[in-house]
Design a protein around this ligand. Structure first.
Ligand SMILES: Cc1cc2nc3c(=O)[nH]c(=O)nc-3n(C[C@H](O)[C@H](O)[C@H](O)COP(=O)(O)OP(=O)(O)OC[C@H]3O[C@@H](n4cnc5c(N)ncnc54)[C@H](O)[C@@H]3O)c2cc1C
Length: 272
Protein backbone atom coordinates (compact mmCIF):
# COMPACT_ATOMS: atom_id res chain seq x y z
CA UNK A 1 0.00 0.00 0.00
CA UNK A 2 1.43 3.39 -1.03
CA UNK A 3 0.31 6.36 1.12
CA UNK A 4 0.39 9.95 0.13
CA UNK A 5 -0.97 13.30 -0.92
CA UNK A 6 -2.31 14.02 -4.40
CA UNK A 7 -2.06 17.79 -4.92
CA UNK A 8 -3.84 19.26 -7.92
CA UNK A 9 -1.84 22.50 -8.10
CA UNK A 10 1.79 23.49 -7.64
CA UNK A 11 0.89 25.69 -4.67
CA UNK A 12 -0.81 22.79 -2.90
CA UNK A 13 2.17 20.54 -3.64
CA UNK A 14 4.65 23.11 -2.26
CA UNK A 15 2.52 23.80 0.83
CA UNK A 16 2.43 20.09 1.61
CA UNK A 17 6.15 19.71 0.99
CA UNK A 18 6.89 22.62 3.34
CA UNK A 19 4.70 21.28 6.16
CA UNK A 20 4.90 17.48 5.98
CA UNK A 21 7.64 14.90 5.77
CA UNK A 22 6.90 13.60 2.27
CA UNK A 23 8.85 12.14 -0.63
CA UNK A 24 8.06 13.52 -4.11
CA UNK A 25 6.76 10.72 -6.31
CA UNK A 26 6.48 11.21 -10.07
CA UNK A 27 6.31 7.92 -12.00
CA UNK A 28 7.70 5.78 -9.18
CA UNK A 29 9.87 3.72 -11.54
CA UNK A 30 12.99 4.43 -9.45
CA UNK A 31 11.29 4.73 -6.04
CA UNK A 32 9.39 1.47 -6.36
CA UNK A 33 12.58 -0.55 -6.84
CA UNK A 34 13.04 -0.19 -3.08
CA UNK A 35 9.58 0.71 -1.73
CA UNK A 36 9.55 2.24 1.77
CA UNK A 37 6.37 1.16 3.55
CA UNK A 38 6.73 3.94 6.12
CA UNK A 39 7.10 6.71 3.61
CA UNK A 40 4.40 9.22 2.77
CA UNK A 41 4.54 10.24 -0.86
CA UNK A 42 3.71 13.48 -2.61
CA UNK A 43 2.27 12.41 -5.96
CA UNK A 44 3.15 14.88 -8.71
CA UNK A 45 1.28 13.48 -11.66
CA UNK A 46 -1.81 15.67 -11.13
CA UNK A 47 0.10 18.95 -10.83
CA UNK A 48 -0.75 20.74 -14.09
CA UNK A 49 2.15 23.23 -13.85
CA UNK A 50 4.52 20.26 -14.06
CA UNK A 51 2.83 18.50 -16.98
CA UNK A 52 3.20 21.04 -19.80
CA UNK A 53 5.59 21.32 -22.71
CA UNK A 54 5.53 24.90 -24.00
CA UNK A 55 7.87 27.37 -25.65
CA UNK A 56 8.74 30.99 -25.03
CA UNK A 57 11.13 33.26 -26.95
CA UNK A 58 14.25 31.54 -25.70
CA UNK A 59 13.34 28.11 -24.37
CA UNK A 60 11.32 24.96 -24.72
CA UNK A 61 10.00 24.50 -21.19
CA UNK A 62 9.39 20.89 -20.23
CA UNK A 63 7.36 20.13 -17.12
CA UNK A 64 9.28 17.88 -14.76
CA UNK A 65 6.33 15.48 -14.39
CA UNK A 66 6.10 14.88 -18.16
CA UNK A 67 6.58 11.21 -18.91
CA UNK A 68 8.98 9.99 -21.56
CA UNK A 69 5.95 9.13 -23.72
CA UNK A 70 4.62 12.72 -23.35
CA UNK A 71 8.02 13.94 -24.55
CA UNK A 72 8.23 11.56 -27.51
CA UNK A 73 4.73 12.51 -28.63
CA UNK A 74 5.15 16.30 -28.37
CA UNK A 75 6.08 18.18 -31.53
CA UNK A 76 8.08 20.82 -29.62
CA UNK A 77 10.57 18.24 -28.30
CA UNK A 78 14.01 18.70 -29.90
CA UNK A 79 15.13 15.65 -31.91
CA UNK A 80 18.17 15.03 -29.69
CA UNK A 81 15.92 14.56 -26.63
CA UNK A 82 13.33 12.55 -28.53
CA UNK A 83 15.97 10.13 -29.76
CA UNK A 84 17.53 9.58 -26.34
CA UNK A 85 14.21 9.16 -24.58
CA UNK A 86 13.01 6.67 -27.21
CA UNK A 87 15.88 4.39 -26.14
CA UNK A 88 14.89 4.37 -22.46
CA UNK A 89 13.58 1.02 -21.19
CA UNK A 90 10.32 -0.18 -22.78
CA UNK A 91 6.91 1.47 -23.37
CA UNK A 92 5.53 0.52 -19.94
CA UNK A 93 8.36 2.36 -18.16
CA UNK A 94 8.27 5.24 -20.66
CA UNK A 95 4.55 5.71 -19.91
CA UNK A 96 5.31 6.22 -16.19
CA UNK A 97 8.89 7.47 -15.86
CA UNK A 98 9.39 11.24 -15.95
CA UNK A 99 12.23 13.59 -16.83
CA UNK A 100 12.01 15.12 -13.35
CA UNK A 101 12.51 11.72 -11.72
CA UNK A 102 15.34 10.96 -14.12
CA UNK A 103 17.16 14.15 -13.13
CA UNK A 104 16.39 14.04 -9.40
CA UNK A 105 17.47 10.44 -8.85
CA UNK A 106 21.00 11.78 -9.17
CA UNK A 107 22.43 9.05 -11.41
CA UNK A 108 24.95 9.72 -14.17
CA UNK A 109 23.30 6.87 -16.09
CA UNK A 110 20.09 8.86 -16.44
CA UNK A 111 19.64 9.12 -20.20
CA UNK A 112 17.49 12.25 -20.40
CA UNK A 113 19.57 14.08 -17.77
CA UNK A 114 22.65 13.49 -19.93
CA UNK A 115 20.92 15.20 -22.87
CA UNK A 116 20.12 18.19 -20.67
CA UNK A 117 23.86 18.43 -19.90
CA UNK A 118 24.80 18.27 -23.61
CA UNK A 119 22.36 21.05 -24.41
CA UNK A 120 23.35 23.33 -21.49
CA UNK A 121 19.77 23.19 -20.21
CA UNK A 122 18.59 24.90 -17.04
CA UNK A 123 16.43 23.70 -14.16
CA UNK A 124 13.66 25.69 -12.50
CA UNK A 125 13.51 24.75 -8.82
CA UNK A 126 10.60 26.10 -6.82
CA UNK A 127 9.67 26.21 -3.13
CA UNK A 128 7.30 28.30 -1.04
CA UNK A 129 10.25 30.60 -0.39
CA UNK A 130 10.69 31.44 -4.07
CA UNK A 131 12.39 29.97 -7.11
CA UNK A 132 15.81 29.64 -8.70
CA UNK A 133 16.86 28.77 -12.22
CA UNK A 134 20.25 27.07 -12.38
CA UNK A 135 22.33 25.34 -15.08
CA UNK A 136 21.99 21.56 -14.78
CA UNK A 137 25.76 21.36 -14.25
CA UNK A 138 25.28 23.11 -10.88
CA UNK A 139 22.55 20.72 -9.72
CA UNK A 140 24.73 17.69 -9.02
CA UNK A 141 27.13 17.50 -6.10
CA UNK A 142 28.14 13.85 -6.49
CA UNK A 143 26.66 10.38 -6.87
CA UNK A 144 23.00 10.59 -5.77
CA UNK A 145 23.67 14.06 -4.31
CA UNK A 146 21.95 17.15 -5.62
CA UNK A 147 21.46 20.72 -4.49
CA UNK A 148 17.67 20.24 -4.23
CA UNK A 149 16.44 21.53 -0.86
CA UNK A 150 13.93 19.49 1.12
CA UNK A 151 11.12 21.93 0.43
CA UNK A 152 11.93 22.33 -3.29
CA UNK A 153 10.56 20.66 -6.39
CA UNK A 154 12.06 20.53 -9.83
CA UNK A 155 9.22 22.12 -11.80
CA UNK A 156 10.60 22.68 -15.31
CA UNK A 157 13.56 22.01 -17.54
CA UNK A 158 14.50 24.85 -19.89
CA UNK A 159 16.08 23.75 -23.17
CA UNK A 160 17.38 26.26 -25.69
CA UNK A 161 15.10 26.59 -28.74
CA UNK A 162 17.96 27.20 -31.11
CA UNK A 163 21.10 25.47 -32.25
CA UNK A 164 20.32 21.86 -31.32
CA UNK A 165 19.69 20.45 -34.79
CA UNK A 166 23.16 19.19 -35.62
CA UNK A 167 23.63 16.59 -32.91
CA UNK A 168 25.25 13.22 -32.33
CA UNK A 169 23.90 10.66 -29.84
CA UNK A 170 25.00 7.14 -28.91
CA UNK A 171 23.95 4.91 -26.05
CA UNK A 172 26.15 1.89 -25.47
CA UNK A 173 24.40 -0.80 -23.44
CA UNK A 174 24.50 -4.54 -22.96
CA UNK A 175 21.81 -4.93 -25.62
CA UNK A 176 20.28 -2.72 -28.30
CA UNK A 177 17.03 -2.36 -26.37
CA UNK A 178 16.00 -2.42 -22.70
CA UNK A 179 19.48 -1.66 -21.46
CA UNK A 180 20.86 0.70 -18.84
CA UNK A 181 23.69 2.78 -20.33
CA UNK A 182 27.24 1.52 -19.96
CA UNK A 183 28.39 4.67 -21.66
CA UNK A 184 26.24 7.36 -23.23
CA UNK A 185 27.43 10.25 -25.32
CA UNK A 186 25.72 13.30 -26.78
CA UNK A 187 27.14 16.28 -28.60
CA UNK A 188 25.90 19.35 -30.41
CA UNK A 189 28.01 21.38 -32.84
CA UNK A 190 27.03 24.39 -34.89
CA UNK A 191 28.93 26.21 -37.58
CA UNK A 192 27.79 29.75 -38.31
CA UNK A 193 29.36 32.02 -40.92
CA UNK A 194 32.22 29.54 -41.35
CA UNK A 195 33.22 29.16 -37.71
CA UNK A 196 32.17 26.87 -34.87
CA UNK A 197 29.56 28.82 -32.91
CA UNK A 198 28.94 26.22 -30.24
CA UNK A 199 30.17 22.77 -29.28
CA UNK A 200 28.62 21.01 -26.28
CA UNK A 201 29.57 17.49 -25.27
CA UNK A 202 28.45 15.21 -22.45
CA UNK A 203 29.42 11.71 -21.33
CA UNK A 204 26.98 9.74 -19.19
CA UNK A 205 27.45 6.59 -17.07
CA UNK A 206 31.19 7.14 -16.85
CA UNK A 207 31.71 9.03 -13.62
CA UNK A 208 29.60 9.83 -10.55
CA UNK A 209 28.20 12.85 -12.37
CA UNK A 210 27.68 13.34 -16.12
CA UNK A 211 30.87 14.82 -17.59
CA UNK A 212 30.40 18.21 -19.27
CA UNK A 213 33.58 20.24 -19.82
CA UNK A 214 32.68 23.52 -21.46
CA UNK A 215 36.25 24.69 -20.79
CA UNK A 216 37.64 21.98 -23.09
CA UNK A 217 34.97 22.50 -25.76
CA UNK A 218 35.92 26.19 -25.79
CA UNK A 219 39.11 25.12 -27.63
CA UNK A 220 36.99 24.60 -30.76
CA UNK A 221 34.68 27.59 -30.52
CA UNK A 222 35.35 30.44 -32.95
CA UNK A 223 37.51 28.21 -35.18
CA UNK A 224 36.92 27.11 -38.74
CA UNK A 225 36.72 23.36 -39.31
CA UNK A 226 40.27 23.51 -40.76
CA UNK A 227 41.59 25.32 -37.66
CA UNK A 228 39.72 22.87 -35.42
CA UNK A 229 41.58 20.03 -37.15
CA UNK A 230 44.84 21.66 -36.16
CA UNK A 231 43.95 21.50 -32.43
CA UNK A 232 42.16 18.13 -32.62
CA UNK A 233 44.90 16.07 -30.94
CA UNK A 234 45.28 18.65 -28.16
CA UNK A 235 41.49 18.62 -27.68
CA UNK A 236 41.39 14.82 -27.53
CA UNK A 237 44.30 14.77 -25.09
CA UNK A 238 42.43 17.19 -22.80
CA UNK A 239 39.40 14.87 -22.73
CA UNK A 240 41.65 11.85 -22.27
CA UNK A 241 42.84 13.46 -19.03
CA UNK A 242 39.41 14.73 -17.98
CA UNK A 243 37.60 11.39 -18.31
CA UNK A 244 38.29 9.35 -15.19
CA UNK A 245 35.80 6.47 -15.28
CA UNK A 246 34.57 4.75 -12.15
CA UNK A 247 35.07 1.02 -11.86
CA UNK A 248 31.98 -1.14 -11.72
CA UNK A 249 30.78 -4.21 -13.53
CA UNK A 250 32.39 -2.64 -16.58
CA UNK A 251 36.11 -1.90 -16.46
CA UNK A 252 37.30 1.69 -16.37
CA UNK A 253 39.54 0.96 -19.38
CA UNK A 254 36.55 -0.19 -21.45
CA UNK A 255 34.55 2.92 -20.58
CA UNK A 256 37.47 5.19 -21.42
CA UNK A 257 38.10 3.51 -24.78
CA UNK A 258 34.42 3.77 -25.74
CA UNK A 259 34.31 7.45 -24.73
CA UNK A 260 37.35 8.34 -26.79
CA UNK A 261 36.11 6.35 -29.82
CA UNK A 262 32.74 8.13 -29.69
CA UNK A 263 34.41 11.51 -29.34
CA UNK A 264 36.62 10.86 -32.39
CA UNK A 265 33.66 9.60 -34.38
CA UNK A 266 31.65 12.71 -33.50
CA UNK A 267 34.52 14.99 -34.61
CA UNK A 268 35.01 13.04 -37.85
CA UNK A 269 31.28 13.17 -38.59
CA UNK A 270 31.70 16.97 -38.56
CA UNK A 271 34.78 16.94 -40.78
CA UNK A 272 37.23 17.52 -37.91
C1 LIG B 1 12.99 -1.72 -15.87
C2 LIG B 1 13.57 -0.33 -15.78
C3 LIG B 1 14.32 0.14 -16.84
C4 LIG B 1 14.88 1.44 -16.80
N1 LIG B 1 15.60 1.85 -17.88
C5 LIG B 1 16.14 3.12 -17.85
C6 LIG B 1 16.91 3.60 -18.96
O1 LIG B 1 17.10 2.94 -19.98
N2 LIG B 1 17.42 4.86 -18.87
C7 LIG B 1 17.22 5.66 -17.78
O2 LIG B 1 17.71 6.79 -17.76
N3 LIG B 1 16.52 5.21 -16.71
C8 LIG B 1 15.97 3.98 -16.72
N4 LIG B 1 15.25 3.52 -15.64
C9 LIG B 1 15.16 4.36 -14.43
C10 LIG B 1 13.86 5.21 -14.32
O3 LIG B 1 12.81 4.73 -15.11
C11 LIG B 1 14.12 6.67 -14.69
O4 LIG B 1 15.18 7.20 -13.90
C12 LIG B 1 12.89 7.57 -14.55
O5 LIG B 1 13.11 8.75 -15.24
C13 LIG B 1 12.53 7.90 -13.11
O6 LIG B 1 11.43 8.77 -13.16
P1 LIG B 1 10.16 8.57 -12.20
O7 LIG B 1 9.20 9.62 -12.56
O8 LIG B 1 9.67 7.18 -12.25
O9 LIG B 1 10.88 8.87 -10.80
P2 LIG B 1 10.41 8.51 -9.33
O10 LIG B 1 10.73 7.07 -9.06
O11 LIG B 1 9.03 8.94 -9.07
O12 LIG B 1 11.40 9.46 -8.51
C14 LIG B 1 12.82 9.33 -8.58
C15 LIG B 1 13.45 10.31 -7.57
O13 LIG B 1 13.24 11.65 -7.98
C16 LIG B 1 12.50 12.39 -6.98
N5 LIG B 1 11.61 13.27 -7.77
C17 LIG B 1 10.85 12.89 -8.83
N6 LIG B 1 10.31 13.97 -9.42
C18 LIG B 1 10.72 15.06 -8.71
C19 LIG B 1 10.51 16.47 -8.86
N7 LIG B 1 9.79 16.98 -9.85
N8 LIG B 1 11.09 17.30 -7.97
C20 LIG B 1 11.85 16.80 -6.97
N9 LIG B 1 12.12 15.46 -6.79
C21 LIG B 1 11.55 14.61 -7.67
C22 LIG B 1 11.81 11.34 -6.15
O14 LIG B 1 11.57 11.79 -4.83
C23 LIG B 1 12.85 10.22 -6.18
O15 LIG B 1 13.88 10.50 -5.26
C24 LIG B 1 14.67 2.24 -15.66
C25 LIG B 1 13.89 1.76 -14.59
C26 LIG B 1 13.35 0.51 -14.64
C27 LIG B 1 12.50 0.03 -13.49
Amino acid sequence: MVNGYKPTSLKEALDTLAKESVTPYAGGTDLMIKPDENATYLFLNKVPEMKNIVEDKEYIRIGAACTFTDIIENELTPAILKEAVSHIAAPAIRNLGTVGGNICNGSSKADSAMIFFATDSKLRLVSNRGERVIPITEFYLGRKKTTLDKDELLVEILMSRKGLNNYYYKKVGERNALAISRVSFAAVLNVEAGTIANCMIAFGAVSDVVIRRADIDAMLIGKTIEDAKAVKEEYLAAYDQAIVPIRGRISAEYRKTVCMNLLRDFLESNGI
